[in-house]
Write a protein that binds this ligand. Structure first.
Ligand code: FE2
Length: 431
């Protein structure tokens, strides 16, 4: 067979080395050694080729808005971020939503990030952000899979007709039902919002992804109710608990029981290590809590866990650069996943796991999967996490859509090499 494109000599996340990937008509046609000719060859000898990075939790409506209205979140709390967004959002135009979202998608593509699940605030009755991002979703689909979550940022009960708005959003292109039970005015209302939202999702055949227990309160246990309703409505495997930061502070015995129930309900979990650690622990003296869900325990119980970015340059978070390797590097440290298995799971948590969670079946390193691939200036997943190197080639449907040269420093030192290549020169002596 003659291929349209072939990656030559790549390493795979499974540990296989020196492999060719042959692409034909936008699909992976063959994976093997010394494959036949191709119209275009990419010599990627010794470099890691992977399925794309996938961000399962983001806020595209708020991104790149840091300081836009002259204010910044000075306390670093979730509460100040929400208040700031509440003042900013009503003044944002459709064009402004669109311009920032499109610009972020450009940056994402350059980082090999080819799928994003974004929560979209549906507080306003006109649903301006959701309508605009539904258009953006259609516009970027040739190069990026965007999934939208109807997110009542100010609470499901902030207005009486929120259920109608969510149904309306699902009808014009929003994919997933969101929520934030811990932000309702009382715990009872939070509980009621979970039931109402799961009912809407079950009716519509939609997935659910709720911001849940995003605080340091060990008594914030909405994930328990979300788990229960997942089973009651038969939504197993279609529900995500995002953040779950209160799990960090829960009693161990309660957490162990909760995790068993979550695994039974096939609850999926998205952890946002950078933003969670930034926003949590803000009311603590010392020691300051990290505020992360119990990732090793959830993984051990068989729950699907993804690591996500959440925010970049917005009222909640002043940093970030659309790099899921930054996120997994941070998560590996903060969750004590720095053993061999933990690092492999960390790489999985920004590639395979979030793709499965979003139902992106077309991604995969197998014949007939979509030829959506990323080549990195690193030999394997561990080195990718360690160096967070350039994504030298980003490929969508068999076409190279972004290229970044591998980093190289020129040195001017007596009797030393004239150049330094981090992917090569950090190698352990004798390895
Ligand atoms: Fe979020």
């Amino acid at each position: 067979m003659s291929f349209d494109l072939a990656l030559r000599g790549v390493n795979l996340p499974t540990g296989e080395t020196g492999v060719d990937i042959g692409v034909k008509d936008g699909l992976i046609a063959e994976i093997g050694h010394q494959l036949g000719p191709a119209a275009q060859d990419i010599d990627a000898a010794g470099r890691l080729a992977t399925t794309p990075f996938v961000d399962a939790h983001f806020h595209l409506d708020a991104t790149l808005s840091l300081g836009m209205n002259g204010e910044r979140n000075e306390s670093g709390t979730l509460a100040e971020g929400i208040a700031l967004w509440g003042r900013m959002a009503p003044g944002i135009t459709a064009e402004n939503y669109r311009e920032r979202a499109m610009r972020y998608c450009d940056i994402a593509v350059s980082q090999g990030l080819l799928a994003i699940r974004t929560h979209v605030d549906v507080t306003d009755r006109e649903l301006l952000a959701a309508r605009t991002l539904a258009e953006v979703k259609r516009e970027v689909v040739p190069y990026l899979d965007l999934q939208l979550v109807a997110f009542p940022q100010m609470g499901f009960f902030c207005r009486e007709d929120m259920a109608d708005s969510i149904r309306e959003a699902l009808a014009f292109g929003v994919d997933v039902v969101g929520g934030a039970p811990h932000l309702e005015r009382t715990a009872e209302l939070g509980r009621a919002s979970i039931t109402a939202l799961c009912e809407i999702a079950a009716e519509a055949g939609a997935m659910v992804d709720m911001h849940c227990d995003e605080n340091d309160d060990p008594q914030s246990r909405h994930i328990e109710a979300l788990t229960y309703e997942t089973q009651r409505f038969g939504l197993q495997g279609r529900v995500v608990g995002s953040h779950l930061t209160s799990m960090h502070s829960m009693d161990n015995a309660y957490a162990a029981r909760l995790i068993r129930l979550m695994a039974e309900a096939e609850m999926q979990v998205v952890v946002n290590p950078a933003v969670n650690m930034h926003l949590q622990g803000r009311y603590d003296d010392y020691p300051k809590r990290r505020g992360l869900a119990r990732v090793p325990e959830l993984l051990a119980a068989g729950c699907r866990v993804a690591f996500a970015q959440d925010c970049v340059l917005d009222p909640w978070y002043p940093l970030g650069r659309a790099d899921l390797l930054d996120i997994t590097w941070l998560a590996a440290h903060a969750c004590h996943l720095t053993d061999t298995t933990g690092l492999a799971a960390s790489f999985d948590a920004v590639t395979r796991a979030p793709a499965e969670l979003m139902g992106l079946d077309h991604f995969g390193l197998r014949p007939s999967a979509s030829a959506d691939l990323v080549v990195l200036a690193a030999a394997d997943p561990l080195e990718a996490i360690r160096l967070r190197p350039a994504r030298t080639h980003v490929i969508r449907r068999g076409v190279v859509i972004a290229e970044t040269p591998a980093a190289r420093s020129a040195l001017s030192l007596p009797n030393r090499p004239s150049a330094l290549n981090p992917a090569v020169d950090f190698k352990i002596s004798g390895a």
